[in-house]
Design a protein around this ligand. Structure first.
Ligand code: NAD
Length: 284
């Protein structure tokens, strides 16, 4: 007979509050050596997880993140892999499982932009963004799910068998001229995430997205580096400040933790109100 599971918040051990919220869990953050990924990797480590910091280029930056995390008293290692390359992704998971034993949390964060006017966009620009931002999330999620299913729930560690957080964007819902490859990749991430969440929920695997607005990282320096650009950006942000990587990292710790145990298939927008149609604030 099928077991009926009746987890509820009171089943979550009360001592699992910050900073021990993710104690004993093993996390992998793709693109963990810069921007949002770096902040997430450090925050997960501070919450008690052992962390793999994936990087593509920038080994020194990855090692710096590893050192920051290990200073918090947990384990961390850097692993180089291109998330759009199946063999490299599989080798990365193999190495992680050899060193850490398993994986509990995947932060599918790696991403990039190759912007162009639509009529000038090359197939290479299109393919690169889709391959990294969308196919990369599929490849990493698939390896994580294989391990989650193999291992199942270990109640002392977490009440679910595994958690995947897809780093999406407000551009999963806001069209973005001049960036159609990027918007298409994030729209794809939205239904990849929701379809995985639907299929994998019975296996107690939670899949959610975080959809940031404008966050101060190297991906979008043009949007905030000059006072003029910053002021233009603020016309899109009702909360009237740019987001910091830590704004996203705090949410990632929550979504990855058992505090969010009943949450799956959700896009959590962290955008200072960017998706609230700010142009309608005084008109329409
Ligand atoms: P970033 O440029 O600082 O970080 C991107 C990371 O992805 C880097 O570590 C980079 O090396 C890595 N990466 C790129 N290609 C890779 C590959 N093939 N394999 C492995 N890693 C690769 O930018 P960020 O702002 O921190 O972006 C992180 C994620 O957040 C991206 O998915 C981005 O689309 C998303 N995002 C960012 C913003 C923002 O305003 N900064 C807003 C919405 C969504």
């Amino acid at each position: 007979m099928k077991e009926i599971i009746t987890y509820s918040p009171d089943r979550i051990p009360v001592d699992k509050s910050l900073p021990g919220l993710l104690k004993g869990q093993k996390a992998l953050v793709t693109g963990g050596n810069s921007g949002i990924g770096k902040a997430c990797a450090i925050a997960l480590g501070r919450a008690g997880a052992d962390v793999v910091v994936n990087y593509f280029r920038g080994e020194d930056a990855a090692i710096e993140v590893v050192e920051t995390i290990t200073a918090a008293g947990v384990r961390a290692i850097a692993i180089q892999a291109d998330v759009s390359n199946e063999a490299q992704v599989q080798a990365m998971f193999k190495q992680m499982i050899a060193e850490f034993g398993t994986i509990d949390i995947l932060i599918n964060n790696a991403g990039l932009q190759k912007d162009s006017r639509f009529e000038d966009m090359t197939l290479d620009q299109w393919n690169l963004v889709i391959n990294v931002n969308l196919t990369g999330q599929f490849l990493c999620a698939r390896e994580a799910v294989r391990e989650f299913k193999r291992r199942g729930v270990v109640k002392d560690i977490s009440v679910s068998a595994g958690k995947i957080i897809c780093m999406s964007s407000v551009h999963e819902v806001i069209p973005w001229g001049g960036h159609v490859n990027y918007a298409a990749s994030k729209g794809g991430v939205m239904l990849l995430m929701k379809s995985m969440a639907q299929e994998l929920a019975p296996a107690r695997i939670r899949v959610n997205s975080i959809s940031p607005g404008a966050i101060r990282t190297p991906i979008n320096t043009d949007a905030w580096q000059t006072p003029e650009a910053y002021s233009d950006l603020m016309t899109l942000v009702p909360y009237q400040r740019i987001g910091e990587p830590e704004d996203i990292a705090r949410a990632a710790v929550f979504v990855a933790s058992d505090m969010a145990d009943y949450m799956t298939g959700t896009s959590l927008f962290i955008d200072g109100g960017m998706t609230l149609y700010p142009g309608f604030a005084s008109g329409g």
